[in-house]
Design a protein around this ligand. Structure first.
Ligand code: B4P
Length: 213
């Protein structure tokens, strides 16, 4: 056997090994939880994190932490959030870009409450395409307005006053609901969010377990 052929065989072996490792490497699991305020995004994100061992990033929680710490961003957004309006896309996009760029997000993550506008969805598409090369799995927690009002009034967070909840719902229907159309042709799953917490968790689990097999 000539030296050239041996070198060729060696190259082929390395290439085959590399390809087989590439095929066996599990794809990162990227889950988007979309739904109106109080649909249970935060509640279900905790369950998914516990079972699938991927971190969950809530833009609402990250923004509330900025407000609590009194950072320049927190000061800028506190009134917006108190009124139930959406924080400007650039600010939220930047938070998400930084957060999912960290090491713990490499194997996947849940985004709870992001994207909330079509512009955020397009930004995320570009971000995921570049870094992860994978399409997200979209879980839409569908809950009608009257159930949302009842749940959030009972929760009683600072932005859970009935008039603010009505504004948040208006914003959801106008700004966020259009993203469902954006994802309709992707890996989109509508789940009845009016069921009990355990039933909703089981329905989500049925979707996710198929993806991770
Ligand atoms: P979020 O923090 O996302 O708040 P949310 O939509 O009210 O919460 P969620 O759906 O997670 O409800 P939860 O599980 O807690 O946003 C707050 C604000 O931040 C926004 O208004 C906006 O200003 C800003 N913001 C966040 N993201 C943004 C973005 N991307 N762009 C711009 N601005 C952004 O459940 C609620 C209650 O229901 C709980 O008490 C829970 O126990 C109960 N519950 C849950 N599931 C239930 C079930 N199945 N049955 C009965 N009760 C249930």
């Amino acid at each position: 056997m000539t030296r050239v052929t041996r070198a060729g065989l060696l190259w082929l072996g390395v290439a085959a090994l590399t390809m087989s490792f590439g095929q066996n490497r599990p794809q990162p699991l990227i889950v988007l939880l979309v739904g109106p305020p109080g649909s249970g995004k935060g509640t279900q994100a905790e369950r998914i994190t516990a079972k699938y061992e991927i971190p969950s990033f809530s833009t609402g929680a990250l923004l509330r932490a900025e407000v609590k710490a009194g950072t320049p961003l927190g000061q800028r957004v506190s009134q917006i959030m108190a009124k139930g309006e959406l924080v400007p896309d650039e600010a939220v996009n930047d938070i998400v870009r930084r957060r999912i760029g960290e090491k713990d997000a490499e194997k996947g993550f849940i985004l709870d409450g992001y994207p909330r506008t079509v512009s955020q969805a397009k930004f995320l598409d570009a971000l995921l395409g570049g870094r992860f090369n994978v399409k997200p799995l979209v879980i839409h927690l569908d809950v009608p307005d009257d159930v949302v009002l009842e749940r959030l009034t009972a929760r009683g967070r600072a932005d859970d006053k009935p008039e603010v909840i009505r504004d948040r719902l208006k914003v959801y229907h106008e700004e966020t609901a259009p993203i469902l159309e954006h994802y309709a042709k992707g890996d989109y799953h509508r789940i009845d969010g009016t069921k009990s917490i355990d039933e909703v968790a089981a329905a989500i689990d049925e979707v996710l377990s198929k993806q991770t097999k």
